[in-house]
Ligand binder design. Structure first.
Ligand code: ADP
Length: 634
């Protein structure tokens, strides 16, 4: 028979398995049981609508058989089984395995640690076995096949005998060495405790013949004589697992580790979650849920491949692996599962989308997650900030998307860097810290806090001793504009026309100056026509000569963001060039204007505009002209 080679990456993983450190080896059992359980899940689900399966719920089981003489351990299931092609594809190439995909991306770093953290599937069998035989018959097929392998050298497939659908995995255990006692995996107590430890919540019974001993019946004489009884051995079938899924257990029975372990294993995340919640909801929606907030974004989170969703169970039976309808987009990072009695098992995926009960559950889940986040913000600020750095963007996106439908729910969870101490603050903290005379919540936009810090537009607001929120993400200003107000306080960009800070006295003064220099401003505006909509005297500048602001709905920052998107139509902010009337430059411009030197004034206008662009962190349209102008004036 021809021996087939494993695919290259499978070889690598196999090699890694074989050389993994001993303490991790025991997880092979968990992996094989979990596969068996998945296979039974599939056939059980099928049996609900297909009588030809011919099995009832209580008929499904996983069996363990340990044979001390032959040194083999057998794991048997009556699940869906595998066809010849499936044997080849599923066991010949590990690349199909979800866990390995994850590992590939992570450059196989710290292999051993990964193995210890969560499973690597079927191949883990080679950690304890010198030879693995898989005999399987797929449901609906009349042929069975046998897959055999002794590790890296490859595998063979041949026809086999098997009466009913399901899979048998036979492990020929490695020989014991001084440090590694593989034979303990044949010991019934060891097997029992491994099942308890890793597979207790598997929904189908894991059965094993367990040998017990009991005293033999004694004759009356012996009894009277007080003779010690003889013992005899007998065999009893035992179910080793409690079959209660973790989420159906009492919270008091469970430890933090149980939840975390379940998470890393089930959701292939090597990092512990930053928060979890075990929810038991009764009332308008009856469900149990385990919800997890990861501490890091999954590697594919920002790619199209990422699918949001929670696992959906109907009374303990998995009906969907990623039910997207259970999570709003802005909470797409949440992992977990929901188990409800309110959903019919036979519901199709298409029907599920329109299911009213599912919508009620989804609403309740959303509420719960938001409440958990609020709790975290209140009670563990440090952790919340960590969370915010990873997933804050999503929440801001949540404020902005769906026409602001969810903004009220999310607004208390938002954070921005503030000009005071450059620390993250919530909107509530900002408002609480507002001075009595302060009318608005001020914000400034820019690439980074350091950049914003230097913007001339922030001068006046800071001089008044008011805090400014620094918006550094593209989405920020859109989110703020969607909010419009927070606790009745309006948001105000430091670049907006009226900052509500100027005294009437000052305003009068400015008005007088504007009148006095109307010719000059008109000439400057003309020189910059097509670039700015107007040139005005500024009331916000203290030390800087000029700055660039905008009027109308679209700010300069929004223009940048919108134009970076792949759409044909570009938007334009209406730019306003502001000149500081208290700066030396003002006198100079005024003098030029009065002397009628329009040409020179025009050149100054261009220079000042370009300067303002540079301060804003915008690229300049004609750097050569700018450079020439500077030389000329020098
Ligand atoms: P994973 O479970 O992460 O997909 P595995 O390497 O454990 O990776 O298994 C690969 C595939 O082999 C499974 O997805 C499943 O399709 C199939 N498989 C493994 N064990 C069984 C089994 N006992 N019965 C049916 N199919 C199985």
């Amino acid at each position: 028979m021809e021996t087939k080679q494993f695919k290259a990456e499978s070889k690598r993983l196999l090699d890694m398995m074989i050389h993994s450190i001993y303490t991790h080896k025991e997880i092979f059992l968990r992996e094989l049981i979990s596969n068996a359980s998945d296979a039974i899940d599939k056939l059980y689900f099928r049996s609900l609508t297909d009588d030809s399966v011919g099995l009832n719920k209580e008929d499904f089981a996983i069996w363990l058989y340990a044979d001390k003489d032959a040194k083999t351990l057998k794991i048997v299931d009556n699940g869906i089984g595998m066809t010849k092609e499936e044997l080849e594809n599923n066991l010949g190439t590990i690349a199909n395995s979800g866990s390995f995909k994850f590992k590939n991306e992570n450059k196989l770093e710290e292999d051993n640690q990964i193995i210890g953290q969560f499973g690597v599937g079927f191949y883990s069998a080679f950690m304890v076995a010198k030879k693995v035989t898989v005999i399987s018959k797929a449901f609906g097929s009349d042929k069975a096949y046998q897959w055999e392998s002794e590790g890296v050298d490859g595998y063979t497939i041949s026809e086999a005998e098997k009466t009913s659908a399901g899979t048998e995995i036979i492990l020929e255990l490695l020989d014991d060495t001084e440090d590694e006692k593989y034979s303990e995996f044949l010991d019934q107590y060891r097997l029992k405790s491994l099942v308890k430890k890793y597979s207790d919540y598997i929904r189908f019974p894991i059965k094993m013949n367990v040998t017990h001993s009991r005293p033999k019946d004694q004759s009356e004489e012996d009894k009277e004589a007080g003779k010690a009884p003889e013992y005899e051995e007998y065999i009893e079938v035992e179910t080793l697992n409690s079959m209660v899924p973790l989420w159906k257990k009492n919270k008091t029975e469970l430890k933090e580790e149980d939840y975390k372990h379940f998470y890393t294993e089930k959701f292939f995340d090597y990092n512990e979650p930053i928060r979890y919640a075990h929810v038991k909801n009764e009332g308008n929606a009856n469900y149990n849920a385990l919800l997890y907030i990861p501490s890091k974004a999954p590697f594919d989170y920002y790619s199209k491949e990422y699918e949001k969703g929670l696992q959906l169970y109907s009374n303990g039976v998995l009906i969907m692996d990623k039910c997207a309808d259970l999570l709003p987009d802005y909470l797409s990072f949440v992992k977990g599962l929901v188990d409800s009695e309110d959903l019919s098992l036979n519901i199709s995926r298409e029907m599920l989308q329109h299911d009213r009960q599912l919508k009620v559950i989804a609403k309740s889940i959303e509420k719960t997650i938001l409440a958990e986040l609020k709790k975290m913000l209140r009670s563990d600020r440090e952790k919340y900030e960590e969370f915010w750095k990873v997933f804050g963007l999503q929440l801001k996106y949540g404020v902005y998307s769906d026409f602001g439908m969810n903004k009220e729910k999310i607004q208390d969870l938002l954070m921005f860097t503030s000009s005071k101490e450059q620390k993250l603050v919530t909107l509530d903290e900002y408002v609480t810290g507002m001075r009595e005379e302060q009318k608005y919540i001020y914000y400034a936009t820019g690439e980074s806090a350091a950049r914003i810090e230097q913007l001339p537009q922030t001068e006046l607001v800071k001089d008044n001793g008011f805090e400014i929120l620094y918006l550094t993400d593209n989405i920020d200003e859109f989110a703020i504009k969607t909010l419009n107000t927070y606790k009745d306080k309006e948001f105000k960009s430091v670049s907006s026309e009226d900052l509500g800070l100027e005294s009437t006295e000052k305003k009068e003064e400015l008005k007088a100056k504007e009148e006095e220099s109307s010719d000059m401003l008109a000439a400057l505006t003309e020189a910059l026509s097509g670039t700015v909509s107007k040139v005005v005297l500024s009331q916000r500048l203290k030390t800087h000569p000029v700055c660039l602001t905008s009027e109308g709905e679209i700010s300069l920052e929004m223009e940048k963001v919108l134009n970076s998107m792949p759409v044909d139509q570009k938007v334009h902010a209406q730019r306003v060039l502001e000149i500081n009337p208290d700066h030396e430059i003002y006198g100079k411009l005024k003098a030029l204007s009065d002397s009628g030197d329009k040409e020179k004034l025009g050149k100054y206008a261009k220079l000042l505009y370009t300067q303002a662009c540079l301060i804003e962190g915008m690229s300049i349209e004609d750097p050569v002209e700018f450079s020439n102008l500077i030389c000329e004036l020098m």
